[in-house]
Design a protein around this ligand. Structure first.
Ligand code: KMT
Ligand code: NI
Length: 175
């Protein structure tokens, strides 16, 4: 994982958009974003431990690439990049490839998080975020979830009044 403040230019979303201001795992923890690098050895055992501790009972796999998605690839990449939230955690373990998750910080700036193989990223319910592949146009990930997947993206600003949004903002105030 490597993270930085997004530079807010409007060129291709798949470029790094690195403003030169780095962000740490602690900066992410301050907005409820959890990160582990599970390494290469024992990564899958560690994943099982964390899944058990955090009650992630179910999972599936996704490959985001032109080869895997065909004609709908570009449309998919655009829709992943619309600012949204979910009513549950978004949990991704990266099996291969790379990509960018952008999350809003307390000042409503975008933090761009580049994720690599072996990274486990947990976005809390109610955080505004978006995803894009990078210039490699390839990522393979395990998506974990607690019970039933709640993939439904709720876009901004409609989600501003959502109770999961309100609860998330409340957790930020007591941090
Ligand atoms: C999402 O929710 O945006 C995705 O699942 C994207 C691919 S997972 C790295
Ligand atoms: Ni999402």
């Amino acid at each position: 994982m490597r993270a930085w403040l997004f530079d807010n230019t409007t060129t291709d979303q798949r470029e790094p958009h690195d403003s030169g201001v780095p962000q740490t795992a602690d900066d992410l923890a301050a907005i409820g974003v959890l990160y582990w690098h599970l390494g290469d050895e024992n990564a899958l055992d560690r994943l099982e431990e964390i899944a058990k501790e955090r009650n992630y009972k179910n999972r599936d796999q996704i490959v985001v690439s032109k080869e895997a998605m065909g004609d709908i690839y570009e449309t998919k990449v655009k829709s992943f990049f619309e600012e949204h939230l979910h009513e549950d955690e978004e949990i991704r373990f990266i099996l291969d490839g790379t990509g960018f998750f952008d999350v809003r910080d307390k000042q409503d700036r975008w933090i761009r998080i580049q994720i690599y193989k072996g990274d486990l990223l947990v976005l809390p319910a109610g955080i505004y975020h978006r995803f894009t592949t990078d210039a490699s146009n390839y990522i393979k990930a395990t998506r974990l979830f607690k019970e039933e997947p709640k993939w439904t993206p709720i876009n901004r600003p409609a989600a501003d009044e959502n109770s999961f949004r309100v609860d998330y903002l409340r957790t930020l105030r007591v941090r």
